[in-house]
Design a protein around this ligand. Sequence first.
Ligand SMILES: CC(C)(COP(=O)(O)OP(=O)(O)OC[C@H]1O[C@@H](n2cnc3c(N)ncnc32)[C@H](O)[C@@H]1OP(=O)(O)O)[C@@H](O)C(=O)NCCC(=O)NCCS
Length: 212
Amino acid sequence: MQLIDRLRLLGFRQFTKRLLSALFRSRAYVLFSRDCEDAVMPEPLPGEAFHVLSAHNVIEKQALIEALLSVSHENAEYVEDIRRHRILGFVIEFEQEVAHYGYLFLRNKTACILGIDSKTALIGNAFTVPGYRGKGAQPRSVRARAALARENGYRTILAETNPDNAASQRGMTKGGMQLVGRMDLFVVCSSLVARWRRPAGFPLIGFCARRG
Ligand SMILES: CC(C)(COP(=O)(O)OP(=O)(O)OC[C@H]1O[C@@H](n2cnc3c(N)ncnc32)[C@H](O)[C@@H]1OP(=O)(O)O)[C@@H](O)C(=O)NCCC(=O)NCCS
């Protein structure tokens, strides 16, 4: 669509708002981290089964992938990245039903945006189905992903969460993660990052042009 047509359709104010949000995004995070050098895979509770999804087993784990997609179609994007060796998935089934999942990002743009070093792996997008919440699935998943990070050569895992997400912050703390601090940043043109409020050790400016 031509620029002038877009302007007419949306109105000047709406168009300017959309343009600004495409050019300039601001975000706030609370960061947690833990060393993973001594991390070991936890034991599943009775009735649970743990699964690790990687590029090497996505074909044989097709039934589990279908189950993940039926919990949320947003998982399609992550499954695609598992196939591309960018991330690993960790799934807890309880009595053959998906109860929890979370991801370990080996290469991704959010890690670049946060300014984390190459020995730190990002974990994220954890989800526990509502009926299974409060049973410690998230803490077990954090420990499991710390063990997977160690196996993949990382020293530390880092997670970001929304400052208002108390349940997520509790789950991470119970999984052995410690509060690193708050980060506020803005991203210009999806590439240039200014971390104007950041914990010690994180650079002020970053450039993240590629996807991951
Ligand atoms: C955040 C989340 C993954 C935590 O998973 P979990 O497996 O329930 O984790 P835990 O069992 O350790 O519970 C963590 C905290 O959630 C809260 N909680 C407990 N039962 C709950 C329930 N039925 N519903 C909502 N929150 C509950 C409690 O504060 C609990 O801490 P506590 O046991 O010390 O009181 C889960 O709430 C979730 O999927 N939320 C929606 C998606 C999301 O926010 N993901 C995180 C993105 S960073």
